[in-house]
Design a protein around this ligand. Structure first.
Ligand code: R5P
Length: 305
């Protein structure tokens, strides 16, 4: 008899399947559907009472549907008497809106966290939050895993340790410094002076603080959505003489035609993880530039039989 189950939301079934295979914890049977009026419905087809459940759901597009599905699954488990409910949310959507940037806006990160805390989730496991400030919005335990050691190991093996790590903006400097240290460097990094308009969303790059001439440059970032930031960064770096540009992006959201644009850009390699499911067409568009690393191996030890 099984005491624990992994239960997969619809955002990233492959991630859940791999985690189940590697941890030896079976996948629970779940029925999902929609009523004719568009409302979501879920039913867990397992004996729930007294059992532990690990719900895998990335808050990727369609984000609001995935949040709702996660909430309904957890509520079903809570009502069925589950002993432990752990949400594995490899990509935590709404994490960027961790402040009221302009008067009149919502504090969206907190709204989502408050939702999740009303449906019985006991703890949450996530990967590379945009800002770890939002951990303070949670009342439940949060395990925050970083993909940086995976990326750094990959880059060191393929390109050696003598690479220059460049943060695409000031906000990412801490992440990039960690990357450089993980590469065995003293923590010296390049930082690009980037400004994003709060009203229009467009980005202006003003320059970089270090010489990149002839260097293999690694650009870590938490996510790529439209690809706009990354592509502009790559143009700036190549114009400044960089030899190669390796993007290490934790979450490949790849909205709109980002995959195609990255494929056609100055970026030499796009290394990412499997926190967000990448559609076949996008994989095809990125072709040889794409490398996907699995973060499941970092999460596996938290999943108990
Ligand atoms: C910004 O702070 C984020 O870390 C990303 O650099 C950025 O917002 C990615 O968005 P896009 O790909 O649309 O430029």
């Amino acid at each position: 008899m099984n005491n624990s189950f992994i239960i997969s939301g619809s955002s990233n079934e492959e991630f859940a399947r791999m985690l189940s295979r590697e941890s030896g914890v079976p996948l629970a049977k779940l029925q999902t559907g929609r009523f004719s009026n568009g409302e979501a419905q879920v039913r867990v087809d397992e004996d729930i009472y007294g059992k532990s459940f690990y719900i895998v759901q990335s808050l990727s597009m369609p984000v609001d549907e995935h949040i709702m599905e996660l909430c309904l699954i957890s509520d079903a488990l809570k009502r069925g008497g589950a002993e432990k409910i752990v949400a594995i949310v490899p990509w935590f959507g709404y994490g960027v809106q961790d402040k009221v940037f302009m008067p009149g806006e919502a504090l969206s990160s907190k709204v989502v966290i408050d939702f999740l805390q009303t449906v019985g989730i006991h703890s949450l496991i996530t990967v590379d939050l945009h800002s770890d400030n939002i951990i303070g919005f949670f009342e439940i335990p949060v395990v925050h895993i970083s993909a940086i050691p995976l990326f750094a190991g990959y880059v060191a093996k393929k390109y050696g340790k003598d690479v220059l790590v460049v943060s695409p903006d000031f906000g990412g400097a801490k992440r990039s410094r960690r990357f450089a240290k993980e590469m065995g460097q003293d923590g010296m990094i390049g930082v690009i002076d980037k400004e994003r308009s709060l009203t229009k969303g467009n980005v202006t790059l003003r320059g970089i603080n270090l010489d990149v001439e002839g260097k293999v440059v690694v650009v870590p970032d938490d996510f790529v959505s439209t690809g706009g930031t990354l592509i502009d960064v790559a143009v700036l770096l190549k114009r400044s003489g960089a030899k190669k540009i390796i993007a290490c992006i934790s979450h490949a959201l790849l909205s709109k035609d980002a995959a195609k644009k990255i494929a056609e850009s100055e970026i030499d390699e796009f290394v990412t993880t499997d926190t967000v499911m990448i559609e076949d067409l996008k994989r095809k568009q990125l072709g040889d530039k794409l490398t996907v690393m699995r973060v499941g191996e970092l999460i596996r030890s938290y999943v108990k039989k």
